[in-house]
Design a protein around this ligand. Structure first.
Ligand code: SF4
Ligand code: SF4
Length: 394
């Protein structure tokens, strides 16, 4: 275990959580009281209700995606987190298998579990979708999950595709899923509005962070979803975790997480964790989401450019003569340089069929990015990963 979260400190931390009413900042109480129907504070942890699912969840939970040490999951649950977020595709299935092993001895009603089926670039048949989920259930050694997501939707059409609605309906009728959800990393507003329109989905999980603040339409769509009774979960709250590809200039991730939670229509968050220190920070946010002036300054809200996070503003769409999927490339770049997770970057590239060969033949990149990204150079950098054998990255 890392020095910063040894067993003694961890016990101290959770004890503080248990008595957090005494210690939590006034800001937490203020935030928790913004919407008394949706938020409450119990044992120091701030809870919100995940829309019509009725699930009461801490404002910070665990994105398991990159966890390779099961103790992180154990400590997260012991520290009061409730919702574990995984996916069929994470770590080529090892992520679900790990959860299956370590959750088997825990009472099933002591945690909520969400997983995802990712259709990638193709439309799955109903049977294919269900078949992929059955593999997840097997790995997880469970009879049901609390939330099953259609993963990574980027259009109204995909979100409302009859195959997915039919597959999710069947699984819900069979008691294999309690709630149906959809996740989105791009074209988020359209996907969220489609989920509302469907009158079917219970939960949306969307990218949302301080770098997207200018996307007022996304905030509107999130408010519409919450208003319609959907549960709203924020991901990508840390905006890539670093300002620079060399990882010398870290983002204040606690501040970033708190920032996302100022939006009361966000019911909870699932930041990915790979180190005990990150978990420790997230525990602290779970009891106090008040943002200090220093933290606000750290977020550099006056800077419109930089960082590693592509906001998905889509201003670059149509600028590349080769029609490359630039936001997707930028996301894989963030995985590689911000998260330092080459396997995730590569598997995302593979799942999206990304190929940056066209950049090699371009004299100069014609794409202008609102974040000031040198798009052509970034694509050239990340595209090298496509030529590395996958087993080197596993
Ligand atoms: S260098 Fe720029 S314009 Fe050329 S193919 Fe790559 S992204 Fe498109
Ligand atoms: S312009 Fe830049 S920030 Fe906006 S979608 Fe394109 S790459 Fe992302």
């Amino acid at each position: 275990m890392q020095k910063s979260l040894d067993r003694r400190n961890f016990l101290k931390l959770t004890a503080t959580g248990a008595a957090g009413g005494l210690f939590a900042g006034a800001g937490a109480a203020r935030a928790a009281s913004m919407n008394p129907d949706a938020a409450e504070k119990t044992g120091g942890i701030i809870y919100r209700t995940l829309g019509r699912t009725g699930l009461k969840v801490p404002v910070v939970n665990l994105g398991v995606m990159r966890v390779d040490n099961p103790r992180i999951v154990t400590l997260a649950l012991d520290g009061g987190m409730k919702l574990l977020d995984t996916a069929n595709s994470y770590q080529n299935g090892r992520n679900e298998t790990m959860l299956g092993e370590l959750l088997r001895d825990r009472p099933r009603d002591s945690f909520y579990l969400a997983t995802k089926v990712n259709p990638r670039r193709e439309i799955l048949t109903v049977d294919q979708f269900i078949g992929m989920f059955e593999i997840s259930l097997e790995r997880l050694k469970m009879d049901y999950v609390d939330i099953l997501y259609l993963h990574s939707a980027s259009s109204r059409e995909g979100t409302l595709h009859e195959n997915y609605l039919e597959a999710l309906t069947r699984l819900r009728d069979q008691g294999k899923i309690r709630f149906a959800g959809v996740t989105t990393h791009s074209n988020e507003s359209e996907v969220i509005r489609a989920a509302v329109e469907s009158n079917f989905y219970d939960v949306v999980c969307t990218s949302y962070n301080f770098r997207m603040e200018q996307l007022t339409d996304l905030k509107k769509a999130i408010a519409e979803a919450a208003g319609a009774g959907l549960g709203v979960i924020a991901m990508k709250t840390m905006a890539g975790a670093y300002w620079d590809k060399e990882r010398q200039d870290p983002i204040n991730t606690k501040a970033a997480l708190k920032y996302a939670l100022q939006n009361e229509n966000i019911h909870t968050s699932i930041p990915g964790v790979t180190a005990f220190q990150e978990l420790e920070d997230n525990f602290k946010v779970n009891t106090d989401i008040s943002l200090t002036d220093d933290e606000m300054r750290d977020l550099r809200m006056d800077t419109t450019q930089g960082g590693l996070f592509c906001t998905g503003c889509e201003e670059c769409i149509g600028q590349c003569p080769h029609n490359l999927a630039i936001p997707d490339f930028m996301r894989t770049y963030m995985y590689a340089y911000g998260y330092k997770d080459l396997a995730l970057a590569r598997s995302t590239m593979d799942s999206l069929d990304l190929c940056g060969d066209a950049c090699e033949s371009c004299d100069a990149c014609r794409v202008t990015c609102t974040q000031g990204f040198n798009v052509g150079q970034k694509i050239k950098d990340i595209d090298r990963l496509r030529h590395v054998p996958s087993d080197f990255l596993a």
